[in-house]
Design a protein around this ligand. Structure first.
Ligand SMILES: Nc1nc2c(c(=O)[nH]1)N[C@H]1C(S)=C(S)[C@@H](COP(=O)(O)OP(=O)(O)OC[C@H]3O[C@@H](n4cnc5c(=O)[nH]c(N)nc54)[C@H](O)[C@@H]3O)O[C@H]1N2
Ligand SMILES: Nc1nc2c(c(=O)[nH]1)N[C@H]1C(S)=C(S)[C@@H](COP(=O)(O)OP(=O)(O)OC[C@H]3O[C@@H](n4cnc5c(=O)[nH]c(N)nc54)[C@H](O)[C@@H]3O)O[C@H]1N2
Ligand code: SF4
Ligand SMILES: [Mo]
Length: 665
């Protein structure tokens, strides 16, 4: 008997959709949208639908695997857990607990996925990662400016006169926002897209502004300069609620508009026009994460924030410098779940440079790496170094659903469940502020177990079983503690399947900023950092590194794939994926390339081969290769990217990358 059940998408995505999942005889047969979800309203993307394929795939890891003489053999859970627990005990006795590295990302948005932290804290504290490949530079930047990274609620878009989509691939990565943009346009809002690629969102824009990658901070400075020249700035907001405005004036006085135009490759008239657009309030800015994955990424976001502030678009309906919405995640009691007070030791590696840090570590050296919810071999920059580092650990444990490139290197692969095989609560701090309930719908195949079960079993063997002796409902209640006091209880969530979290719908409407001065800070008060805005450019650019730019004349972007969430779907697609090298028309013309030509793309870090696809409307000298591709399908583009950190140390520079290209016969 087929039954349709409500559930939720677990994927790391802006949208956090509500699902209708068809279940027949303990098997998921279809994933669809839940029409009653207040934001996602019955529509979902192909990645969500593919969760059916992921769940039923014959390629799933079904039993614990151990590598013996270079080959995986099936072992029992008893043996796997006993051996890993014994190694953890041994490491704790002989070295320090920080000889264990926990390498992870956020492949699953479930609240209980955070219990890995509790495990490692109770064990004594391991080497953890700090920063983020994804959004780290921008989050930190907004913390300097506003004290936090908060966005307007989705429907506030209908209050905007002008909407500026700045480096967000909305149609591909944030589909429900795309729906809202179409609606806002119908109501008369004007849409501007600033992006080096003429993407599907640019196609519906009133104007597409193409820009040299990584130059957006300078563009914002140019618009500010024009705004001040014409006198469109919001003097009341600047005088009453901001700190450091004189520093911004000095900054834009240092450079001519013509120079900015030369560097950004955006015409002066466009900057003048955008100054008027920002002055015609309310103007909402929606930034993506692409534009901050550069050496100058933090400064870029700060200059765009400054533009929104100077034009008086902060704290008003229909405005905002919308980047992420951390107030969503800030609704939950994570300390109760993760017990940071329990760790005695602590060491932190940068997520960007985790591989180099593993190779360099001593006192203690890394003896064991445990990977959860991540695939560093495809997702972390500078793949060759990542591979060396992960292969160097005495013991590599990977908790996975599939034998990914990372799992291939493992000594132990522990089979985990998919979202439909365990109960959890899902949210995303990227876009909307609704929390979704995801019940367990089917039993797991083979011996696959939830991550939480694995932590519980290991905790028992290591002597802190009591710290994990809670039911799922008890864990959920722990996380929802402060919400329950406001009537947002677990019972209500289970009944309704989604609840609206109590967030500020128009952040900073009261002008109370969470900064040291309580004001919006153009000049940040940040210990150990130069808090002034600058005119910084990407590291791999002709302005910063002219010799490199001669050797490697093209700028490589590595954006998120349409049909996969990162590396998660390539092995499940109906036809074998072909690595596409997308190039701007001027590159194709200059090198006499045609669609389908086989080419090599390289720099000092590595090379990658694939087939040409010529992009219409892309900024000159720009190339894109989608991220996430497995070795067997051509290999990850991170073979070419660098592990350098952004200016504020917390973000990646994945798109700050120069390459060369040649045709192969
Ligand atoms: N289909 C799909 N959707 C996804 C994901 C996925 O893997 N696949 N991943 C999810 C996750 S984890 C994330 S973080 C989000 C990311 O969501 P987005 O921020 O939308 O994604 P990106 O792919 O980083 O690229 C965004 C856009 O930035 C542009 N861009 C790159 N560099 C610059 C620049 O210097 N200046 C400007 N102005 N634009 C630039 C790119 O051309 C691209 O159009 O997507 C989420 N949604
Ligand atoms: N070049 C380049 N690199 C990038 C990016 C880019 O734009 N360009 N984007 C970056 C961004 S924004 C992000 S967010 C990261 C994402 O990096 P990751 O999160 O590492 O990427 P995913 O491919 O989503 O892989 C995660 C793995 O987790 C597994 N998994 C899924 N659910 C679970 C679970 O419940 N438990 C366990 N144990 N495992 C699970 C999946 O099978 C998958 O193999 O990549 C970053 N890397
Ligand atoms: S991947 Fe994103 S858009 Fe697609 S179903 Fe999941 S939450 Fe929705
Ligand atoms: Mo991300």
């Amino acid at each position: 008997m087929a039954e349709v059940r409500k559930a939720a998408c677990p994927l790391n995505c802006w949208d956090s959709c509500g699902f209708h999942v068809t279940v027949e005889n303990n098997r998921v047969t279809k994933v669809d949208g839940d029409p009653s979800h207040p934001i996602t309203k019955g529509k979902i993307c192909g990645r969500g639908r593919m969760l059916e394929t992921r769940t039923n795939s014959s390629k799933r890891v079904l039993h614990p695997l151990k590598k013996v003489n270079g080959h995986f053999v099936q072992i029992s859970w008893e043996q796997a857990l006993d051996e890993i627990a014994a190694k953890l005990t041994d490491i704790k006795e002989k070295y320090q607990t920080t000889a264990v590295l926990h390498s992870h990302d956020y492949a699953n948005n479930g609240i209980l996925k955070n219990l890995d932290q509790r495990f490692f804290n109770c064990y004594g504290g391991v080497t953890e990662l700090y920063g983020s490949l994804c959004w780290g530079a921008g989050i930190e930047a907004q913390k300097w400016d506003f004290g936090n990274a908060w966005s307007h609620e989705p429907d506030d878009i209908f209050n905007s006169k002008n909407i500026i989509i700045w480096g967000r691939n909305v149609a591909r990565t944030n589909m429900h926002f795309y729906e809202k943009l179409l609606e806002a346009k119908k109501h008369g809002a004007k849409l501007y897209v600033i992006d080096p690629l003429y993407n599907a969102t640019a196609k519906i824009a009133d104007e597409h502004i193409t820009i040299k990658p990584g130059m957006d901070g300078l563009l914002a400075a140019g618009i500010i300069k024009e705004m001040l020249r014409i006198g469109l700035e919001d003097r009341v907001f600047i005088e009453q609620f901001t700190h450091g405005f004189a520093d911004v004036v000095r900054l834009v006085d240092r450079i001519s508009l013509e120079k900015i135009s030369e560097m950004t490759e955006v015409a002066c008239e466009v900057m003048t026009k955008l100054a008027r657009v920002y002055g015609d309030k309310p103007a909402a800015t929606y930034m993506g994460l692409g534009l901050q994955r550069y050496k100058n990424g933090g400064n870029t976001i700060r200059l765009i924030d400054a533009l929104a502030a100077i034009s008086g678009n902060i704290g008003i309906a229909g405005g905002g410098a919308n980047y992420a919405n951390l107030q969503v995640g800030q609704s939950f009691a994570f300390e109760e779940l993760t017990l940071p007070g329990r760790r005695q030791n602590h060491r932190k590696f940068s997520i960007m440079k985790q591989a180099e840090e593993v190779l360099a570590a001593d006192d203690p050296a890394i003896k064991m790496i445990i990977v959860t919810c991540g695939n560093p071999l495809t997702q972390v920059p500078d793949t060759h170094v990542v591979e060396r580092a992960f292969a160097s650990a005495q013991t590599l444990v990977v908790m996975e659903q599939f034998v990914t490139d990372t799992a291939m290197l493992a000594d132990y692969v522990l089979p985990t469940t998919t979202a439909f095989e365990e109960e959890d609560l899902y949210y995303s701090s990227m876009y909307h502020h609704y929390l979704n309930y995801g019940p367990k719908l089917v039993s797991a195949p083979g011996e696959a177990q939830p991550d939480l079960w694995i932590w519980t079993q290991l905790a028992k063997r290591l002597g802190f079983g009591d710290d994990f002796d809670f039911s799922r409902d008890e864990w959920f209640k722990m996380a929802l503690k402060s919400l329950a006091e406001k009537g947002l209880t677990l019972e209500k969530l289970k009944l309704q399947h989604t609840i609206e979290l109590p967030v500020e719908k128009i952040p900073w409407h009261d002008h109370q900023f969470q900064t040291p001065t309580g004001k919006y800070e153009f000049t940040a008060q940040k210990e150990g950092h130069q808090g002034l805005l600058t005119l910084a450019v990407p590291d791999e650019s002709k302005w910063e590194n002219p010799e490199l730019a001669v050797k490697y004349p093209y700028h490589l972007l590595t954006i998120h794939p349409l049909r996969s969430n990162h590396s998660q779907n390539y092995h499940l697609l109906a036809s074998k994926p072909k690595l596409k090298v997308e190039v701007a028309a001027n590159i194709a013309e200059g090198l006499s390339l045609e669609n389908g030509d086989f080419v090599k793309v390289w720099n000092d870090r590595g090379e990658i081969k694939g087939f040409i696809s010529i992009l219409a409307g892309a900024h000159p000298d720009t190339i894109n290769i989608d991220e996430g591709i497995w070795k067997e399908f051509g290999g990850p583009v991170n073979q070419l990217t660098s592990s350098r950190e952004s200016d504020n140390g917390l973000g990646s520079t994945l798109y700050d990358c120069l390459v060369n290209l040649e045709k192969l016969q």
